[in-house]
Design a binder for this molecule. Structure first.
Ligand code: SF4
Length: 288
């Protein structure tokens, strides 16, 4: 099964003035969208191109998940969401939806509809949570609190819809110990899947300006250090939560701060797995 990314032309309340303007300080969506994802193309067209694009790398995939990734993919009236999601589900071989959104872009009406979809298809709502600490959320201009995230996850999970969460490690002002302490909080959340990535500063972002002015406020991970650190988190993480991603691979041409060079995700994964074996450790090892 292969995920196929779509840019369905949604916007974001943290950019259009509803919640804020300028967006989260680290956000530059260009860094994440594959080249075939352009909102002027229909969803059907994007899925067809995405399947062809991945066909060269993952020849065996014959089932697909439509991944609504760009911006906030529940930020529109229900009839528009319905039309877009159902267009994706009509594409031959598409068996489910992965919907990336903000915790403050969901309501009972939308969740009730997603519950209906989830009875027939694989549906996961992936929330950008980024940090459990409200002072960090404020600093990066997320425009919502951690309590908003908890409430969205609870409302989603109680309807039997799968839940995912995204966290950034290394946000300014957070110590390593605080990041480790987050795991105990995460373990209490009704989560199926989780993604982490190390902070990378992208060009044309507010954070790039902050970094240029006050580089001493940022504490970046070196690659080897990050992998060792991540193992400490993994040992404390509930083994029932699927880790979908533990690091990012933003192309160096998008970076305004230090990076790890042209490293591919599978190489990072190999390093992590090798170290787990060497240390004879695993996800959840330290949980009693
Ligand atoms: S990171 Fe997501 S929520 Fe934040 S401004 Fe960008 S699209 Fe909006």
């Amino acid at each position: 099964m292969q995920k196929v990314t779509i840019d369905a032309g949604f916007t974001c309340p943290n950019r259009d003035g509803t919640k804020g303007v300028g967006g989260c300080t680290y956000c530059n969506n260009d860094g994440f969208n594959p080249s075939y994802c352009q909102p002027f193309k229909t969803i059907t067209h994007q899925i067809a191109e995405g399947i062809e694009f991945h066909g060269n790398r993952y020849r065996k995939a014959n089932k697909f998940l439509a991944y609504f990734q760009a911006f906030s993919n529940t930020y529109a009236p229900l009839p528009e969401l319905r039309e877009k999601y159902e267009e994706a589900l009509r594409f031959p071989g598409v068996v489910g939806l992965v919907i990336g959104t903000r915790p403050d872009c969901i309501d009972n009406e939308k969740l009730d509809y997603l519950q209906e979809l989830a009875e027939k298809h694989y549906v996961i709502v992936e929330y950008g949570i980024e940090s459990c600490y409200n002072r960090t959320l404020k600093r990066i201009n997320r425009g919502h609190t951690f309590e908003d995230s908890v409430s969205a996850l609870e409302q989603t999970a109680k309807r039997g819809i799968k839940t995912g969460a995204h966290f950034i490690l290394g946000l300014p002002g957070e110590s390593r110990d605080e990041m480790i302490a987050e795991i105990a909080i995460i373990n209490q959340l009704p989560l199926n899947n989780i993604k982490f990535h190390q902070l990378q500063i992208l060009l044309n972002t507010q954070m790039a300006i902050e970094y240029e002015r006050n580089p001493e406020q940022f504490d970046f991970f070196e690659m080897e250090e990050y992998i060792t650190f991540f193992i400490q988190l993994l040992e404390r993480l509930n083994p029932a939560i699927v880790v979908e991603r533990f690091a990012a691979e933003v192309p160096p041409r998008y970076l305004a701060g230090p990076g790890w060079g042209l490293v591919r995700n599978f190489m990072l994964l190999q390093k992590l797995e090798r170290l787990l074996e060497e240390l004879d450790t695993w996800q959840g090892k330290l949980i009693q």
